[in-house]
Design a protein around this ligand. Structure first.
Ligand code: PLP
Length: 399
């Protein structure tokens, strides 16, 4: 989302930190993805941002939804999403939650262990499963391969196991890593899926589907492959490797919402410390900027950058400074940019604008140290803003 003078003016009296979101960008992202991923059903991963305004917008456009917990399922059902349009893709869940989701009509789930199959046998016998396979996440800014998925060599055994237990396996799933900048990950993953599907076929088990997971990146500071390029790559790989072509679904989170928002924060302190200049913001790791602890980088702008751009210029190097940027809490881990970030000079009281920060920010935010979860404001008709109190999400999460 582009930072403009108008956004700066409209938000100047807002309490910070806050997130400003333009739903039109989410609509465009969805439209673009449906065009690029023709014949592939889109299940928005609501963990990226579960604000009801976003969910409703995507629901109206026909999106389906990926969930990881019972509460995420409850939010969707409360908003009127049909259970058949929901997949529950976290490979582990409490059996009591599985029973509840099953009772609510959810049928599509993910597994990656024999233990989990036992739960399905007991509590959700007509569930339809995807087997999560561990794949290479090299070159993805937020890897997801260290915790989930069966090793490819053990995949067929685990599918056979489900078959013996009379549990239906729809197909395979994987995640190439969030903010995946490396198209080779898709190639390697789809080759592994092909081998698994082929081996199953030889054993008389027909896998009908592939769940492509998430991973579609948005623009931060590095170059990214655009959605069209990623979709074309996937399409040509699937056409080359599979016959017949399996039915596919995809679960984008970041790629649908991340670029639709700007996080606004204020500089609350500044000092020299151990040879570096530090600034402290009123937002930190615990209140929305969690992904920075793994080195996730954002573009950070100030009013000066927008003024310079309006005159067709850039802020000069001698008006920039390198900052270690920390959050407000009384915790040493709360440092967002440890290595020093070069940006326009700021002083205490100045606002900073963290660009393309609508995914995995509010959904990670906690009340740690008594700081509030940043409010979300929506751009309406170009220059009015609507405050989203997030009440449904909060009510359901606190039940
Ligand atoms: C199972 C699953 N699907 C989809 C997603 C969404 O990924 P992304 O935001 O990279 O598109 C995630 C993210 O953690 C996930 O765990």
């Amino acid at each position: 989302m582009k930072l403009t003078k108008e956004i700066i003016l409209q938000t100047q009296d807002y309490e910070t930190p806050c997130l400003v979101v333009d739903l039109n960008i989410i609509k465009q992202n969805y439209k673009n993805m449906t065009e690029c991923f023709k014949d592939i059903d889109i299940f928005y991963a609501i963990k990226a941002n579960s604000d009801t305004n976003i969910i409703k917008t995507l629901m109206e456009l026909g999106s389906k939804f990926e969930t990881s917990s019972l509460n995420e399922v409850k939010i969707l059902l409360t908003l009127g999403v049909k259970p058949e349009n929901i997949v529950n893709s976290a490979p582990y869940r409490k059996e009591i939650y599985l029973q509840k989701m099953y009772k609510m009509g959810i049928r599509m789930f993910v597994y990656d262990t024999e233990e989990e199959l036992e739960k399905f046998k007991r509590s959700a016998p007509e569930a339809e499963l995807f087997l999560r396979v561990d794949v290479d996440n090299t070159g993805s800014d937020w890897p997801l391969s260290m915790k989930f998925g069966v090793e490819p060599k053990d995949a067929v055994e685990l599918i056979k196991k489900a078959h013996e237990m009379n549990i239906k396996v729809l197909g395979t799933t994987f995640h190439v890593g969030s903010q995946c900048l490396n198209l080779e990950n898709w190639e390697k993953a789809l080759t592994q899926m092909k081998n698994i599907h082929d081996e199953c076929k030889q054993s008389g088990i027909n896998l009908e589907m592939i769940n492509l997971g998430g991973g579609i990146p948005i623009k931060h500071l590095k170059e990214i492959p655009n959605v069209k390029l990623t979709a074309e790559k996937i399409k040509s790989l699937v056409e080359e490797k599979f016959s017949p072509i399996p039915k596919m679904i995809i679960e984008p989170g970041r790629g649908l919402v991340g670029n639709a928002g700007i996080m606004i924060a204020e500089v609350i302190s500044k000092r020299k410390y151990k040879g570096q200049t530090w600034i402290y913001l009123d937002i930190g790791v615990f209140h929305g900027m969690m992904e920075t602890i793994e080195g996730f980088d954002y573009e950070i702008l100030t009013e000066k950058d927008v003024e310079a751009e309006e005159q067709g210029q850039k802020v000069l190097d001698d008006e920039k400074e390198s900052y270690v940027i920390a959050g407000p809490s009384c915790d040493g881990v709360d440092v967002m940019f440890k290595d020093g970030k070069i940006m326009s000079k700021v002083e205490v009281g100045d606002k900073v604008y963290i660009i393309n920060a609508a995914a995995y920010t509010i959904s990670y935010a906690s009340l740690f140290n008594g700081y509030k979860i940043p409010k979300t404001y929506y751009v309406k008709n170009g220059n009015n803003f609507l405050f989203s109190p997030n009440c449904l999400v909060e009510t359901i999460y606190r039940l």
